[in-house]
Design a protein around this ligand. Structure first.
Ligand code: COA
Length: 159
């Protein structure tokens, strides 16, 4: 059984994330979407809500589960029995940062490999913060997020 983690903050999950999760689920036997607390990020949605939104978005993928975590990613991967971490690579600007994280994770736990899946062109410049900015300014963000995220974002910015 090949088990992989797809980690991230998912504040909120976008169609770019969903593309990576779906493709990982077609390669690995089991995928755990690891939703990080990311305390430093001052997120719009609390961890339990981010987990719920991801769960709803991936409900049709039978080999995908969703878990929140705090602490080191490699420790969580080890705890979950996952030998692979899958990350999406978007524009070239992601490369340096992802390279650094993958190298550090390799130092921390040799048993955990990092795999990169290239984002398709339509999602190359998509990010959660761009979606949040659009939603906060009444921009059209709907086509960038899973259906269940639309009302959640609208509600968050109606306050
Ligand atoms: N589609 C759309 N957006 C994507 C994307 C994709 N495929 N891949 C990344 N992004 C965006 C996110 O939306 C996010 O956007 P935002 O900052 O504008 O909101 C941005 O890229 C960063 O993504 P994020 O999910 O915050 O991930 P990250 O690459 O910063 O890493 C963890 C998150 C959880 C993997 C990382 O912080 C971690 O490992 N934390 C645990 C602590 C640890 O182990 N530290 C040592 C690591 S060396």
């Amino acid at each position: 059984m090949k088990k992989a983690l797809v980690p991230g903050t998912f504040d909120p999950i976008t169609n770019g994330h969903l593309d990576i999760i779906t493709r990982a689920a077609s390669i690995f036997d089991e995928v755990v979407v690891a939703v990080a607390l990311s305390a430093k990020k001052n997120t719009l949605f609390p961890l339990d809500r981010r987990v719920e939104l991801v769960e709803e978005a991936v409900k049709d993928l039978p080999n995908v589960t969703v878990k929140g975590f705090d602490g080191l990613l490699t420790d969580f991967a080890f705890e979950q029995g996952a030998h692979c971490v899958v990350k999406g690579l978007r524009a070239i600007t992601d490369f340096e940062y992802e390279f650094q994280m993958a190298a550090m994770n390799w130092q921390l736990h040799r048993a955990v490999e990092t795999f990169f899946i290239m984002s398709p062109p339509e999602y190359m410049y998509l990010s959660s913060s761009i979606v949040r900015e659009l939603a906060s300014m009444n921009g059209k963000f709907e086509k960038f997020v899973p259906e269940n995220v639309v009302p959640a974002l609208k509600e968050a910015y109606s306050k």
